[in-house]
Design a protein around this ligand. Structure first.
Ligand code: T1G
Length: 710
């Protein structure tokens, strides 16, 4: 036995699980062997009246089945067998003749949650680290060790589907309210309370849980008719949300339905059969790869391995520019990194507006009970503002989020350098301007770096960190770690115009404009790309970002990359007509009280085009997708990203490139570079030089290469 240690006292066996050499407990095949042996021993040990299972890890109970083992599955039958093994293990726990109590602190996810569900009582800590749930659909899977059967039976169909279909995790208080756990206690007394519960259950037998779910619950969860309504609504919402690209939640819904309507045995069969089928799908493979890419990025400081630097601890941040981006950066830094954030702008009214917006991010979490009131108060006190640079001498990091103009940014850099300590860092939130240009003339260019956030900052997971050639490793590592502390997935990219995300986005948005000029209807373009898997279409995205911002960025790209990235005239004409997009409720779409109400047909008159009938959606898709793939290959060939992993994570988390497709570089691998070059060549013949295949792509095609080794 290596992972389990057992102590028995007064008939109570305290089993501590601590998987050697691993930061988290995960249900590996080896661990399952051990557990099976242990449980048989405890069954036969007459001195044992009850069992408490607790983790020896600091912040995880059990993080689920070993996802790495899934990557080695080759057939659906193999995967089904793995699920069957998990189900059997949980059955043995549930049928165990002595009470088993799960003492949960930290991550209790997937198979870890399913094990807890099979136990006879669940005690959880009230720590924010304690997260309980079934995230499997985020891996393109479903709960395959009994979760699709046990969770609905414990908390009802609706509450269970809410967790399973979204791959949600819940804090302990919410889990208690749902009936997912039985007691919530401070971490310091977890073992004590769990042992007391075990003792009580051993003496009094397993408790009957009486949960009233109210009239609606009794009807919708408690009757076949009600449940049929629940399943139908869930399926409708799923198809709308996933566009049919993610089979896992639909399969999970089926397994839950079969379990509730036809009994546990049928439910378990439905679960393992569907788990088997899902585990070997390209969708699940891609989602599992994204999981490992993001966990690997959590430890990647963005500098070559072995680079020894002492990062600067960042406790105080100054933000210059209290507009939309600056305010959101301040609010997110306070909320997630818990640092002091001081907003600066030219006039106090603007500072006040920015502070209100930053505070709004905290208020919204408070309102959704995601932030306890005392913590809200403490964090709100970390926000301050000024119309001069007072207080900036104490800043460890200053982030500039002013107008996207080189001269303005250089002036701010000069002003800030006069205020801050020599070791402090200056970061610019520019979205396209090369950092070396902004840092030209800086007193300490080694302390200047790009930190490119995406809007809305509090929700968009990606952060691009852009060092110039002058930026030193200490500044890179400090910025990367601070970005992670802000809850961001961080990629480090080269100081090329547009960096990575805007670089691959630029030709895609330009082409949407070109097609509108050709008369391709706006809604056909956007509908095609949302059906392809993007969260929003390119035209709606331009309206969101702001046509003036899009034009500014495209001018930088045009200047840097020439005619290939020339912006379509359409954007300029829209702006001349006073159309900036959602921000002034006039764009390609019409807006009413902030809500998009449909394409503004007057746009076609402004652009002097008549919307075409019957334009093929496939042509829209091919032109837009292949231009992005080509640019991704080109930029990757130039070393803009350090690896294909970073490129794909950047595209998925930065602009919502469909995760099930794995990212642009992964998609090229799946299509093969050769076929992508062929399609681009055909598009080039039909539409012009901007579709000329990237040299890196042609080279890859000629050697039959791939961007990803796996
Ligand atoms: N399998 C394999 N490796 C895992 C793992 C898992 N389930 N969870 C974490 N790791 C590794 C991770 O790759 C990293 O490795 C290290 O642990 C630390 O993770 C049958 C089918 C638990 C909240 O989806 O969400 O159960 O880089 O850096 O920020 O129904 O990891 O050090 O080599 O992320 O503190 C369902 C996945 C599985 C949860 C901890 N479970 N994990 O976050 O550390 S499917 C999940 C997480 C399943 C059953 C089904 C997080 C975490 P390395 P980390 P962290």
């Amino acid at each position: 036995m290596t992972a389990f240690t057992t102590t028995v006292d007064s008939g109570l066996a305290l089993v501590t699980l601590d998987l050697p050499g691993e930061p988290v407990n995960k249900l590996t095949s080896g661990l399952i062997d051990e557990w099976e042996t242990l449980i048989e021993r405890l069954r036969g040990d007459s001195a044992v009246r009850a069992v408490v299972l607790v983790s020896g890890k600091p912040d995880s109970f059990i993080a689920g089945a070993d996802i790495e083992e899934f990557t080695r599955l080759t057939t659906a039958a193999e995967a089904e067998a793995l699920s069957r093994r998990g189900q059997d293990l949980m059955d043995r726990v549930e049928q165990f003749p002595k009470p088993i109590v799960a003492a949960i602190h930290g991550a209790c996810l997937g198979g870890g949650c399913e094990l807890a569900l099979a136990c006879h009582w669940r005690v959880a800590t009230d720590s924010p680290k304690t997260q309980i749930g079934l995230p499997e659909v985020q891996l393109g899977l479903l709960p395959g060790a009994g979760g699709c059967v046990r969770l609905p039976r414990l908390i009802g169909a609706r509450a269970a589907l809410d967790i399973i279909l979204a791959g949600k995790t819940e804090r302990a208080q919410k889990a208690l309210k749902l009936g997912l756990v039985d007691e919530v206690v401070p971490q310091s007394i977890l073992r004590q309370v769990a042992l007391a519960a075990a003792d009580r259950l051993a003496r009094e037998g397993t408790a009957r849980r009486h949960r009233s779910r109210g009239a609606a619950g009794a009807l919708l969860d408690g009757t076949p008719v009600g449940r049929r309504i629940v399943y139908r609504m869930a399926q409708k919402q799923l198809l709308k949300k996933t566009g049919g690209h993610y089979p896992a939640p639909l399969a999970a819904l089926e397994a839950v339905r079969i379990g509730l309507e036809h009994g546990p045995a049928e439910g378990f069969r439905a679960e393992r059969e569907r788990f088997g089928a899902l585990a070997v799908t390209p969708v699940s493979r891609n989602l599992v790869r994204i999981f490992f890419a993001t966990t690997a990025l959590k430890k990647d400081d963005g500098v070559p391995p072995g680079t020894e630097v002492e990062p600067l601890a960042i406790g105080r941040v100054g933000i210059v520019g209290s507009g939309f981006m600056g305010a959101a950066i301040a609010g997110t830094a306070v909320l997630n990194a818990e640092v002091e954030a001081r907003l600066k702008d030219a006039e106090l009214p603007r500072v006040g507006k920015g502070l209100k917006a930053a505070l709004g991010i905290l208020d919204e979490r408070l309102k959704r009970r995601r932030l306890p009131a005392p913590r809200h108060r403490r964090l709100a006190a970390l926000l301050s503002g000024t119309a001069d640079y007072s207080g900036f001498t104490r800043a460890d990091l200053v982030i500039e989020a002013v107008f996207e103009d080189l001269d303005v940014k250089r002036r701010v850099l000069a002003e800030v350098e006069r205020e801050i300590r020599p070791e402090a860092i200056f970061a610019t939130n520019t979205s396209t301007i090369p950092i070396r240009d902004i840092a030209a003339g800086a007193a300490r260019p080694e302390r200047v770096i790009g930190m490119h956030f995406f809007s809305p900052v509090e929700r968009m997971p990606l952060l691009e960190i852009i060092p110039s050639d002058a930026t030193d490793a200490r500044t890179v590592v400090s910025a990367v770690r601070f970005g992670r502390a802000m809850g961001k997935t961080v990629i480090v990219v080269r100081d090329h115009p547009g960096f990575w995300v805007n670089r691959i986005l630029s030709p895609y948005l330009n082409e949407a404009g070109v097609m509108i000029e050709e008369g391709v209807p706006v809604d056909l373009i956007d509908r095609t790309m949302t059906r392809w898997g993007f969260p929003v279409g390119p035209v709606a995205l331009m309206d969101e970002v702001g046509l003036d911002v899009a034009q500014k960025a495209s001018k930088v790209m045009h200047a840097a990359f020439g005619e290939r990235l020339a912006p379509p005239a359409a954007i300029g004409r829209m702006i001349e007509d006073g159309r900036l997009g959602r921000k002034n409720a006039r764009g390609f779409y019409a807006y009413h009280e902030g809500h998009k109400t449909g394409v503004d047909e007057r746009v076609y008159r402004i652009l002097g085009v008549k919307p075409l009938e019957g334009f093929a959606a496939e042509d829209v898709e091919r032109r837009l997708v292949y231009l992005m793939l080509n640019e991704a290959a080109m930029a990757c060939g130039e070393g803009v990203v350090r690896s294909a992993r970073d490129g794909d994570v950047g595209a998925i988390f930065g602009i919502g490139f469909p995760p099930f497709r794995g990212g642009p570089l992964r998609l090229i691998d799946e299509l093969t570079a050769g076929s992508v070059v062929e399609t681009l060549t055909r598009l080039q013949e039909a539409h012009g030089a901007r579709f000329a295949p990237a040299p890196a792509l042609e080279a890859m095609a000629s050697r039959g290469g791939r961007f990803h080794p796996d």
